[in-house]
Ligand binder design. Structure first.
Ligand code: ZN
Ligand code: ZN
Ligand code: FE
Length: 741
């Protein structure tokens, strides 16, 4: 039998060994580059029982994609053994994602009688580091960053004992033979005392400590210490973007935020993402943790080190990525000391190298299901199974912001970890090294390479530089809708609503509020938001009030004129068309209204104005503004109507929270109206909602519910991000579909 899927590094061979024993079978099991291969020999009933149990009782972390069996001549074998790994041949094996510490390991961690008591690196076949430490396949210790740690006698015994729960657990180790924790100061000099206790003491005293985690360094501060949190913000140059908080357990999470069952499952599951939740009042958290925010990102400990720290500290801990501003997180020790030396007072670090930088994943729950915002640590590189094959292997290079890439072959797509915004050398290096790593891990040599149409994206330029491959350009919003289709395992055609920031169109304008008729092969544009100027180009992204000016133009409503002294100048710039491209972007429409309401005149992180507008909106408000729709070959939704209605309400003294809600409901109404027209034109009953703007839950849920009320079937994201972190999957799906066509 050959077993394919996530079957290495998850305790599969010991499981098979145990199963063979139970059914009294002889034979062997081994890893090779294709997954797990095994032979069993015995009575027909025993073999059949074995085969059924193989799939039914597989280990917790295993994902069986396929079992192929064939009958061969018996050899008279009555023993069952685990064979050495075979590294030759084509690689089809799947490396598992990193998994949070399991219950068995946790008990040992806090058991004073256990030889791994308080050992921050304990793990077993059911948990521990995987993707972040893998250098190459097959997944065996010498090809991981554990290669430098020789097993001690006790660990070796466990590793070789088929009855032990650490049998062939590659990262197995203990205080006698494994990585060691150290607390050092900024100069790299050791700090005296127990590293965990001392770290907790420093944090409580308002210090910032860099903590080496699974996929990189975090910066930690006591979430209840105003001094610590403010110091972290100031030194990290992070003005408003909320920090994530780690709490010890679900009870501690429920004390800070409202939790439903789906959210609790996500928080405590193996992947341990940051889950963005509705925040309670009076939590005792420092104001600087998530300024003015109705939501809070929480996560539970996912390594033994985190568990020890959380237990010692016994209060919430800010745990944010170890970087300055928008740089990628630090994951190499020397680099971390250098780059984070100006931020952290101390470093809680260790000597197990991280091979692949992997950020924390971020999810929300929408309509009772997971809505990924960032799919990275704990999820990657688990494959996304698709219902159609890729005739030739594909690389999709993704977009520019929140970049991920995607490698696809046969019926599987491997979406990469979060690479980040491709706008500096360090991120570009992660991108190119990550691609090379995925090619090795999954033994792919792509023949088809998909990319965005934007000629200036570094991901596009990377694709253009590749020799000997077929290039497939995919329009940005087509990629969003294709990503939503692939996410749901559907091929279309559908009515695609791509509401987004900015994406390169096919007509010299910048798109971002699109109604498409789309399938995986192609699309036509059925309608869009009306185009407006972006006065000053990128300046209009940084200063959303410019969008309010572009939408409102000359207005008598003085209250609406943010920055009134520059209002007319900006209008002139826009009218002259100087560095003021036309855009149908929905993101910019949200910016205009956010600016109008005084939420934001200038932003310091991407999407900030829209995020804060969502928070402002009064969930109880039921009325909505209405945007007129101009019919035509491609219909046009007059977003300006919504902005003017908001301005009128503002002048009339209506509460800003009510205005924000009426605007959200107005955008949702415009989406529904556009879809009704699109359905009349195309006869299609299904709508796919994608694009960064649908990270806004109020908009997503209002639009989806109203569409369903109007008889539409609605597809939204649940496996990959609705923002640009998901478009590489869409690009890959389009390239594959065109290859099949
Ligand atoms: Zn474990
Ligand atoms: Zn050991
Ligand atoms: Fe986008």
């Amino acid at each position: 039998m050959r077993v394919e899927g996530v079957v290495q590094g998850v305790g599969f061979r010991p499981f098979v060994h145990g199963l063979a024993g139970r059914f009294g079978l002889g034979g062997f099991v081994g890893n090779d580059t294709g997954g797990v291969v095994l032979e069993v020999e015995g009575s027909w009933e025993a073999v059949e029982g074995f085969r059924a149990a193989l799939e039914a009782e597989a280990p917790a972390l295993a994902v069986i994609e396929r079992v192929a069996a064939e009958a061969i001549e018996p050899t008279g074998e009555d023993h069952f053994v685990i064979a050495p790994s075979d590294a030759s041949g084509p690689r089809q094996v799947l490396v598992a994602p990193d998994a949070s510490t399991c219950g068995d390991c946790l008990r040992e961690l806090f058991d004073p009688g256990d030889r791994r008591h308080r050992y921050p690196f304990l793990n077993c076949t059911n948990c521990g580091p995987r993707f972040t430490i893998v250098r190459d396949v097959p997944y065996d210790r010498p090809l991981t960053t554990m290669a430098g740690f020789a097993l001690c006698r006790a660990c070796a015994r466990e590793y070789h004992d088929p009855a032990d729960r650490r049998f062939h657990a590659q990262p197995v180790c203990c205080p006698a033979c494994g990585p060691m924790l150290r607390l050092v100061d900024r100069g790299g000099e050791p700090v005296d005392g127990d590293a965990i206790a001392e770290t907790a003491r420093l944090l409580k005293a308002g210090r910032v400590v860099a903590v080496k985690g699974l996929g990189g360094y975090h910066l930690a501060a006591d979430a209840c210490s105003g001094v610590g949190v403010d110091a972290l913000r100031a030194r990290k140059h992070r003005e408003d973007k909320p920090f994530a908080v780690m709490v010890a357990d679900l009870d501690a999470a429920a004390a800070l935020c409202e939790l439903d069952a789906v959210e609790a499952d996500l928080l405590s599951g193996r992947a341990r993402p940051i889950v963005v939740l509705r925040r309670r009042n009076d939590t005792g958290l420092a104001a600087g943790v998530a300024p003015g925010n109705r939501f809070l990102g929480l996560m539970l400990p996912y390594t033994p080190l985190h568990h020890l720290l959380a237990a010692e500290l016994a209060r919430p801990l800010v745990l944010t990525s170890g970087n300055v501003s928008d740089e990628p997180i630090a994951f190499r020790d020397d680099d971390a000391l250098e780059r984070l030396g100006g931020i952290a007072d101390c470093f809680l670090t260790h000597d197990r190298p991280i091979h692949t930088r992997t950020d924390d994943s971020v999810v929300r729950v929408a309509r009772g299901r997971e809505l990924p915002g960032r799919r990275s640590r704990g999820y990657v590189p688990r494959p996304l199974s698709l219902p159609w094959p890729f005739p030739r292997p594909v690389l999709a290079c993704g977009g520019e912001l929140k970049n991920t890439f995607c490698v696809a072959k046969r019926r599987q797509a491997f979406l990469s970890h979060h690479i980040g915004d491709l706008e500096n050398y360090e991120t570009l290096r992660s991108f190119t090294e990550g691609i090379a790593h995925f090619f090795r891990l999954f033994d792919v040599a792509p023949e088809v390479v998909a990319h965005d149409l934007h000629p200036e994206y570094l991901s596009t330029k990377y694709a253009m530089d590749l020799a000997g491959v077929e290039l497939v350009g995919v329009q940005h919003h087509h990629a969003h809708i294709a990503a939503c289709l692939a996410d749901n395992g559907e091929a279309g055609p559908v009515i695609g609503v791509a509401f987004d920031g900015l994406g390169y169109g096919t007509d010299e304008t910048i798109w971002g509020g699109e109604f498409l008729r789309a399938d995986l092969v192609g699309f036509t544009r059925l309608g869009r938001l009306e185009c407006v100027r972006m006065p000053g180009g990128t300046a209009a992204i940084r200063e959303p009030w410019r969008m309010a000016a572009a939408y409102l133009g000359d207005t008598d409503l003085q209250v609406a004129k943010r920055n009134a002294d520059r209002w007319d100048d900006v209008l002139q710039v826009a009218r002259a068309g100087v560095n003021s491209p036309l855009t149908s972007s929905a993101g910019r429409l949200f910016d205009a209204v956010a600016a109008l309401l005084g939420v934001r005149d200038a932003v310091n992180y991407e999407g900030q104005a829209a995020v804060e507008l969502e928070q402002l909106a009064d969930p109880a408000e039921r009325s909505a503004y209405r945007a007129r729709v101009d019919p035509g070959g491609a219909f046009q939704v007059r977003g300006g109507d919504l902005v003017r209605a908001a301005a009128d309400d503002l002048a009339a003294g209506v509460d800003r929270a009510v205005i924000a809600a009426r605007f959200h409901r107005g955008v949702a109404g415009a989406i529904v109206e556009g879809c009704v027209i699109a359905r009349e034109v195309t006869g299609l009953p299904t709508v796919a909602l994608s694009g960064g703007v649908f990270q806004n839950l109020l908009l997503l849920e209002t639009a989806a519910e109203t569409l369903e009320d109007r008889g539409f079937r609605v597809l939204t994201h649940h496996r990959v991000p609705t923002n640009d972190g998901g478009i590489s999957l869409g690009q890959a799906a389009v390239a594959g579909a065109r290859d099949r066509a």
